[in-house]
Design a protein around this ligand. Structure first.
Ligand code: NAD
Length: 247
């Protein structure tokens, strides 16, 4: 029960990595708020996890502000924010991306975390707290044939913002850390991982011998969320990739 008494908000948590983090936090005693854009799916997940659901599109500032306000109205405080919601674009070379495709990715993956963090900070400043940004190994280096530049840019920016926010708010005892997962099996990667040949290739690409699971990410998030486990950890950027980044 590492998070007993804590109120945690996880964005984009109706499925995938966000849902696994919400489940892990709930199992550790936290009160959970999950957000997303699909009401049916969000309500279904909230029921399954015993969480409170709030609809919010991360691209819309007023909706994100409402998400934070509603959380605090309902539970009286906010202790942990996980900036998880994200999208992956269609694979294209840079010169083939339209400006609206570029903006879509930046709006969800970068401006969304900006809004959520901006409106959470005044509440986190009251008692201190933790922010966990879900970036990507694609925010740490370039990959051959990855061809998702807006995604890479959004995640690299989130890596650096983790350090900026950690420095800015350390005096308020707000710890800000970042997880950079390699390929994790979720709806985001299901098409990519649909062929046995690609699964074998991916398993081979990771020195530990396999690609990631949502639970790998959830356990790392729990570490960063827990004041007991990581009280002196802030501004950390964790490559969570079975050793791929050290090759
Ligand atoms: P997913 O597609 O299963 O889940 C993404 C979640 O974000 C969904 O709940 C979706 O509803 C939500 N979302 C999308 N657009 C939104 C918007 N405009 N407003 C609010 N919510 C929105 O993907 P996932 O793999 O679980 O990804 C979660 C995070 O992990 C993302 O930030 C992703 O970039 C990151 N990540 C994933 C992988 C991977 O291999 N799966 C690797 C590295 C990083």
């Amino acid at each position: 029960m590492k998070l007993a008494g804590k109120v945690a908000l996880i964005t984009g948590a109706s499925r995938g990595i966000g849902k696994a983090i919400a489940k892990e936090f709930a199992q550790n005693g936290a009160t959970i708020v999950i957000s997303g854009t699909n009401k049916t799916k969000l309500d279904e997940t909230a029921k399954e996890l015993g969480a409170f659901a709030i609809l919010a599109d991360m691209r819309r500032e007023a909706e994100v502000q409402n998400l934070i306000n509603k959380t605090v109205e309902k539970f009286g405080k906010l202790d942990i924010l996980v900036n998880n919601a994200g999208i992956f674009p269609k694979i294209k070379l840079l010169h083939e991306i339209s400006s609206s495709e570029w903006r879509d990715v930046l709006d969800v993956n970068l401006t969304g975390p900006f809004y959520a963090t901006k409106y959470s900070i005044p509440h986190l400043q009251i008692n201190g707290g933790a922010i966990i940004n879900i970036a990507s190994s694609a925010g740490l280096k370039a990959y051959e044939n990855f061809n998702a530049d807006a995604y890479s840019a959004s995640k690299a920016a989130l890596v650096l913002l983790t350090k900026c926010w950690a420095l800015e708010y350390a005096k308020n005892k707000i710890r800000v850390n970042c997880i950079c997962p390699g390929v994790v099996e979720t709806d985001m990667t299901s098409e990519f991982l649909s062929s046995p040949a690609m699964r074998d290739m991916m398993n081979y690409a990771y020195p530990i011998g396999r690609f990631g699971t949502v639970n790998d990410v959830a356990k790392a998030a729990l570490y960063f969320a827990s004041d007991e486990d990581s009280p002196w950890v802030t501004g950390a950027v964790l490559p969570l990739d079975g050793g791929e980044s050290i090759k």
